[in-house]
Design a protein. Structure first.
Length: 113
């Protein structure tokens, strides 16, 4: 009986050790899985952040490009307006030099017969 009780105690102690080892192993596996999940979540957030940053950069570049096109258009309009102003100034200068049509002498000839 004592041998059976001692053997039962040894079996119980072995089972307790195996259970403790299994619990410790389960904790390590769980910790590793949680760490892996955390790393994956961080990696996913970094990817999302990178994608958002790339999208913002793309939109900013589009905006800058549109602004540059608009600037070029405005510069072309200014050039055309400056040319038109120069043309009008030249016309005004020529008009100031030439006498008005009413000031010109008109020679009337008549055939009297």
């Amino acid at each position: 009986r004592e041998d059976a009780a001692a053997e039962a105690r040894l079996i119980k102690e072995d089972a307790a050790r195996e259970l403790a080892d299994a619990v410790a192993h389960a904790k390590e596996v769980t910790k590793s899985a949680v760490t892996k999940q955390a790393r994956e979540a961080i990696r996913k957030r970094v990817q999302e952040s990178d994608a958002l940053a790339a999208e913002r950069e793309r939109k900013l570049l589009e905006s800058v490009t549109a602004a540059e096109v608009q600037r070029d258009d405005l510069e072309a309009q200014v050039t055309l307006l400056n040319r038109r102003i120069a043309d009008l100034q030249n016309e005004a200068a020529r008009a100031a030099i030439q006498p008005a049509p009413s000031a010109r002498r008109t020679v009337i000839t008549s055939d009297v017969g």
